[in-house]
Design a protein around this ligand. Structure first.
Ligand code: R5P
Length: 289
């Protein structure tokens, strides 16, 4: 086995290789003036299982093309098997045709992946209408969860937490993290109005006295879901909040907005960012043993 980092996997790949005591290499990556990309394997992959590490952020479409090119090239160079470990995998939210004529991006992305890798592993995929990864991918798929890592962070750093999930989809994280810690959790109701606007409502009265509120969600993108949640909780008298996200996409100044709203942000490092304090390289390494 050899661990090969694509351009958006470098923050994890070396650690993964070290934990597995396997050789490590980085893909040479260059961009031509017209935007085309250039890739080159720098170590021999013949007869080896090549594990490509690529997360998907900043320019997810380029990340996707890079992973596909790398997978096909590895096979072309004689690799025995090619695995893709994707700490964050995109396009899972467009899982149906919401309006007539729409592309079901999830399905199209899955087809591309099926065509080039023997296995894909994803950390906390955003599964909604599709219940499991094997309903999405034909190739072998592994669904990994960072919940134990998040629970252990909260246990170590936050006393008397009350775990809040902003919407019913977040129960997979909020409820399970609360169970691992052995504390209370509450799931709110969310209505998405647009890509940037959401409305959150409380489903029941809650007593926040003496509790440290910890909002747990899988993705923090614009931060608007968290801000709307916090605004509701502020009406109940809560003042300080921490939010724990698996994937810190953090676009459109999300961190600044959250800081202004008095929210401390912690995420895992599936996507590198200033708030990524929870290292999940061990989770990927374990799944490759
Ligand atoms: C969606 O249901 C996800 O679980 C997140 O709540 C959502 O993607 C967060 O997006 P944003 O930070 O832009 O509100």
């Amino acid at each position: 086995m050899i661990i090969v980092s694509c351009s958006h996997g470098k923050h994890l790949a070396k650690n993964i290789a070290n934990k597995l005591k396997k050789p490590y290499s980085e893909l040479e990556f260059k961009r031509f003036p017209d935007g085309e990309i250039y890739l080159r394997f720098l170590k021999n992959v013949k007869n080896k299982t090549v594990v490509l590490i690529q997360s998907f952020y900043d320019n997810i479409n380029d990340n996707l093309i890079e992973a596909m090119f790398a997978a096909h090239t590895a096979k072309d160079l004689g690799a025995k098997k090619v695995f893709l470990a994707a700490p964050y995998f995109p396009y899972l939210r467009q899982d149906k045709r919401f309006k007539p004529g729409e592309c079901i991006s999830l399905r199209e992305t899955a087809r591309l992946i099926d065509n080039c890798v023997d296995q894909i592993s994803i950390i906390d995929p955003h599964l909604h209408r599709e219940k499991d990864l094997h309903h999405i991918f034909k190739t072998k798929s592994l669904k990994l969860t960072s919940n134990p890592y998040i629970a252990s962070y909260i246990k170590k750093n936050i006393k008397n937490p009350l775990i809040i999930g902003p919407d019913w989809e977040s129960y997979k994280w909020a409820k399970s993290v609360a169970e691992l810690i052995g504390c209370e959790s509450l799931i709110l109701q969310k209505k998405r109005l647009t890509g940037r606007k959401v409305k959150i409502t409380l489903s029941k009265k809650i007593d926040l006295k003496g509790k440290n509120i910890v909002i747990v969600d899988d993705i923090i993108s614009t931060g608007n879901t968290i801000i709307e949640t916090v605004n509701n909780l502020k009406r109940l008298g809560a003042k300080k909040f921490t939010c724990l996200g698996v994937h810190g996409i953090l676009v459109e100044d999300a961190l600044k907005k959250l800081k202004k709203a008095n929210v401390g942000v912690i995420t895992t490092n599936t996507i590198p960012n200033k708030a990524a304090k929870i290292d999940i390289s061990g989770l990927i390494a374990e799944s490759l043993k």
